[in-house]
Design a protein around this ligand. Structure first.
Ligand code: ARG
Length: 461
């Protein structure tokens, strides 16, 4: 079935576009959300054209007023996006014709949709990265606050999800502060490459007009202008970088979510999720489910998917612009729309936790101090490997005799190694923690130092 012809897009064709083909190529169902950036870019572009005497001052004023009206129409929900106009760019231009007549035709002088869409995406990405960074800073602020308040809580640290060594719960929280700090750095670094102006590249080859790209860059807050027009219209590295930084951040959030899920089980009982962040079962009245955390964990999948999807779209694309690039949008928008709520959800959920310090302590068997026993023997002159072998035999003996390590008699200790003395009794969970004074270790003073440093960083946010 053929539909009404849209003159500005169909100039050279004798036939109208097939309705299904029209729906298929249209991007307006999702790229409409670029309108703010499209209009902002249009106004500055027209201002530059006037400054360079490519169009007149009056023409610029007319275009600017028209674009401002369109912005207000879209903001207030009055604007009707039309599928037959294909994308956000043509929808806005077409409405500009309705509002100001033929002068609207001058706006597209020295501009192609190829550099225009690259500009819109970069403006969107710039704001999106800023929003992500703010959300990450907020969760970091919360984690540091929690770490400060829970400095006395000792929990079992795990490797292979087996009890390994006691650590401060605050040390655990600060581990995530480090991860999110790296995420922030990744988005900040990505911002540098986002913030390059592609407009002024034309369709691919540059422009035969005396444009002033530096002026446009300055007005739109870009740090620099792109150096190569062919690269500028076909580059989506900034989308890939954003998606990759997002994928890593989602991985961090997912791990944190997993800890929360495990620790809130009856078997662990280390934490209780605030009722406001828990869900119930429709059939089992006793249930308190960590659905929010599970969804954070689950949503990591789609964010990874968008990264791989876009890498695959880009791979093998001949230079320069190809319509395949339109596929950058939905994945990018969804990455942003997924990541920010996940950060906010984990932040709220963490703050809602009731920490069961007694349960954490109770869960630790004496075996968790086995490394400390080995370290004790090292202090008495054994090599670490010898000490490790002695304590391994003790652990095996204790297990066989259904005893905790600290239930063994001193003479039993001596049976394994002559160097054991009565002071071996002074090895406790807290002492084990406090012994780990190496830089970045879990000793209270070290963790307090890291919290202090973090507070300094947070003041700089
Ligand atoms: N909707 C297109 C996109 O997102 C806009 C650019 C179209 N350019 C073109 N030459 N067909 O990539």
């Amino acid at each position: 079935m053929a539909v009404k012809k849209e003159a500005r897009l169909r100039g050279r064709f004798k036939e109208d576009i097939d309705a299904a083909a029209q729906r298929f190529v249209a991007s307006v169902p999702f790229d409409w959300r670029l309108y703010k950036y499209d209009i902002e870019g249009g106004v500055v572009h027209a201002e530059m054209l006037a400054k360079q005497r490519i169009i007149s001052r009056q023409e610029f004023e007319k275009i600017k007023a028209g674009l401002r009206d369109i912005l207000a129409e879209i903001d207030s929900g009055k604007f009707k996006f039309k599928l037959e106009l294909e994308d956000v760019h043509m929808n806005i231009e077409s409405r500009l014709f309705e509002l100001i007549g033929d002068t609207a035709g001058k706006l597209h002088t020295a501009r192609s949709r190829n550099d225009q869409v690259a500009l819109d995406m970069r403006l969107f990405a710039r704001e999106a990265a800023g929003t992500v960074i703010q959300a990450l800073q907020a969760i970091n602020t919360r984690l540091v606050d929690m770490a400060g308040k829970n400095i006395k809580v000792v929990m079992p640290g795990y490797t292979h999800l087996q009890q390994a060594q006691p650590v401060l719960f605050s040390h655990y929280l600060m581990a995530y502060f480090e991860m999110f700090s790296r995420d922030i750095a990744r988005f900040e670094s990505c911002l540098k490459r986002i913030n390059v102006l592609p407009l002024g590249s034309g369709a691919l080859a540059g422009l035969p007009y005396p444009v002033d790209r530096e002026f446009v860059a300055k007005r739109l807050g870009f740090d620099s202008v792109s150096a190569n027009s062919m690269d500028a219209v076909s580059d989506r590295d900034f989308v890939l970088e954003f998606e990759s930084a997002a994928a890593i951040a989602m991985m961090h959030l997912s791990r944190m979510a997993e800890d929360v899920i495990i620790w809130s089980t009856r078997e662990f009982g280390f934490i209780d999720i605030g009722d406001a962040y828990a869900t119930s079962s429709s059939i089992m009245p006793q249930k308190k489910n960590p659905d929010a955390a599970e969804l954070v964990r689950g949503k990591a999948g789609r964010v990874y998917g968008h990264l791989v999807g876009m890498l695959t779209v880009m791979k093998g694309l001949p230079l320069t612009y190809n319509r395949d690039l339109q596929e950058d949008k939905e994945g990018f928008f969804d990455t942003f729309d997924t990541l920010v709520p996940c950060i906010e959800m984990m932040s709220g959920l963490m703050a809602s936790l009731k920490i069961n310090a007694a349960r954490m302590k109770y869960s630790m068997q004496s075996y968790i101090l086995a490394t400390d026993l080995a370290d004790y023997l090292v202090n008495k002159g054994l090599s670490f490997r010898e000490a490790h072998a002695v304590v391994s035999r003790m652990v095996s003996y204790a297990i066989d005799n259904n005893k905790e390590l600290n239930e063994l008699e001193i003479k039993e200790y001596k049976g394994f190694c002559e160097r054991f003395e009565g002071d071996v009794r002074s090895i406790t969970l807290q002492k084990s923690v406090e012994a780990r004074t190496s830089q970045g270790g879990t000793a209270t003073d070290e963790v307090k130092k890291s919290i202090e440093k973090a507070r300094e960083i947070i003041r700089g946010y």
